[in-house]
Design a binder for this molecule. Structure first.
Ligand code: SF4
Ligand code: SF4
Ligand code: FES
Length: 538
């Protein structure tokens, strides 16, 4: 644990840290371009030069490990002069693109120019070396060679993380440029990460380019719900519209990265197929009704069916896309308030679902482990049992929450099972299952709700509501809480209350709250480490 001094302040840090990392502990920024904590150290940009006592020359902070008694100055006249000089050098051939550059607002050249440069340009515009602009690298990424500062973050990501090596640095001196190796395309499943690591506007996202200026966007921490890995993300949004997902650092889940499918998942969450109002099937088609009417009708139906045919005439199937809070409340409604034994979880993924040994999981559900933990996948009734009971005519009402049964069971089986059953669907979007529905209740998607999901390894992580659901859709926990109230249950004020209650049901999670989960979640103690659930499970 070396003790050192940076800018006159003492700090004790773990052995092995570099000066950039040690300075961060004191809230001191050492400007840097090529250094990225998720990649090897390359030391090529020289932006991080600092003065170290007893060393005759300035040293690069990224490649200098801290030692006992070291005295570092990041703002001495010598260090400041070097930072400004390096910046001027890096900008010599940089185009004057800021007004039309997609990186504006989150560009390290802009930021550092204001903080460490602020010189008057001495280089004639007409002498700048011109390179290729708008180079199509692959499905996700566009390159502007003129804007590149040759920090080699992108090439190191592709060499060290994906190990696909599509990009290289070619030529010499100020004619150096980034490009694809001959015959290659930047089309690996994690290619979008090169846009995140590029500190300038050289690599931009085809999807996000020219959609929004970043300073207009709000950022909310959340978790990707496209597969069981649960990569930590930031949701960028404005006025209820999402513009992009970006990975958020979590050393235990996704480090600094996310896959391209997950990155583009936000588009699927705001499609035209969203259900916007509670609907009840009429003679011809669905008719919109108020929430109060829909929930009153649901409560009356459940009560009547239970009285006339017994509790097991009511059944429920809940998907592994539901949050833990939703699973808990659905389970309480069906098992305790109605009293049926026909309650099943369903975690279904296509048999050929994409997966690899890095982040992408074949289980395309964010909360299979949550369903398991609440006993809805192993033991008790399965979704197939519920449908079999429905086909035999013993089930009169089926509640289907956050899952499309059609891909899992096929229309023939569902036709046979559901033709004489009143089906109530709680979901975000119209689906094959809503075709069978008599009542449809619109839910918020993951970025529109608070809640938790448990990833494949048993880590409980938070979803945070970035903005309210569109139309009259509501977060699932709120809808289920209101259903429960019709049966004398608690009127929960927040999903945090629901979570605190459900956490106390298990010794492993007793006392857990949203604030204890923090921004990176918690691995529950007795949950086993990675055993990925089966790809296709019905
Ligand atoms: S394209 Fe971006 S990440 Fe790659 S070397 Fe250039 S500046 Fe660095
Ligand atoms: S690996 Fe899974 S959780 Fe992570 S970004 Fe991709 S789809 Fe989302
Ligand atoms: S960040 Fe240290 S040399 Fe680039």
């Amino acid at each position: 644990m070396p003790k050192l001094e940076i800018d006159g302040r003492e700090v004790t840090v773990e052995d092995g840290l570099n000066i950039i990392q040690a300075a961060e502990r004191l809230g001191i920024e050492v400007p840097h371009y090529c250094y990225h904590p998720g990649l090897s150290i390359s030391g090529n940009c020289r932006m991080c030069l600092v003065e170290i006592e007893k060393m005759p020359k300035l040293q690069i902070a990224c490649n200098t490990r801290v030692t006992e008694g070291m005295v570092v100055k990041t703002t001495s006249p010598k260090a400041k002069a070097a930072q400004a000089a390096v910046l001027e050098f890096l900008l010599i051939n940089h185009p004057i693109d800021c007004p039309i550059c997609d990186q504006a607002g989150e560009c390290k050249l802009q930021d550092y120019y204001m903080d460490y440069g602020a010189y008057r340009s001495r280089f004639p515009l007409e002498e700048k070396v011109e390179k290729r602009k708008v180079v199509d690298l692959g499905p996700q990424v566009v390159l502007d060679q003129e804007r590149c500062i040759l920090c080699a973050r992108c090439t190191r990501f592709l060499d060290e993380v994906t190990k696909t090596g599509e990009l290289g640095i070619f030529s010499r001196g100020d004619h150096c440029y980034i490009d694809l190796f001959p015959g290659k395309k930047l089309d690996n499943p994690y290619s979008g990460n090169v846009v995140d690591v590029c500190p300038v506007g050289a690599l931009t996202s085809k999807d996000f380019r020219f959609k929004a200026r970043v300073w207009y966007l709000e950022k909310t921490e959340s978790v990707c719900t496209l597969c069981a890995n649960g990569c930590n993300i930031d949701v960028y949004h404005r006025r209820g519209q999402m513009y992009r997902f970006r990975p958020r650092y979590n050393p235990d889940v996704n480090q600094y990265w996310m896959c391209d499918e997950g990155r583009l998942w936000y588009k699927e969450l705001q499609k035209e197929s969203r259900i916007l109002r509670p609907l009840v099937r009429g003679e011809q088609d669905f008719a919109a009704v108020s929430w109060d009417d829909a929930l009153t009708r649901l409560a009356q139906t459940l009560t009547r069916v239970k009285e006339e045919h017994g509790a097991n005439a009511v059944a429920g199937i809940i998907g592994a896309k539901a949050t833990n809070e939703e699973v808990y409340l659905f389970s309480r409604l069906l098992s305790e308030q109605v009293g049926t034994e026909l309650l099943a979880g369903l975690s279904w993924s296509p048999a050929n679902a994409s997966h690899d040994d890095f982040l992408i999981k074949a289980d395309k559900n964010p909360n299979t482990r949550g369903l398991q933990a609440m006993g809805l996948l192993d033991g008790g009734a399965s979704a197939a049992d519920v449908l079999a009971a429905a086909a035999q005519g013993t089930v009169k009402v089926l509640l289907v929450f956050a899952v499309d049964l059609v891909p899992a069971f096929g229309p023939e089986k569902l036709d046979a099972a559901l033709s004489n059953v009143e089906v109530v669907v709680f979901d975000t979007d119209y689906s094959g299952t809503t075709e069978y529905a008599d009542v449809v209740l619109p839910l918020g998607t993951a970025p529109e709700t608070d809640g938790t999901v448990t990833n494949y390894a048993g880590r409980v992580q938070r979803l945070r509501q970035a903005f309210p659901p569109p139309g009259e859709a509501r977060p699932g926990w709120e809808v289920l809480s209101q259903c429960g109230v019709k049966f004398g249950g608690t009127d929960y004020l927040s999903s945090a209350e629901v979570f605190a209650e459900l956490a106390n049901k298990s010794p492993a999670s007793a006392g857990l709250t949203y604030s204890k989960l923090g921004s990176q979640g918690i691995q529950l103690p007795e949950v086993e480490q990675p055993t990925e659930p089966a790809a296709a499970q019905t």
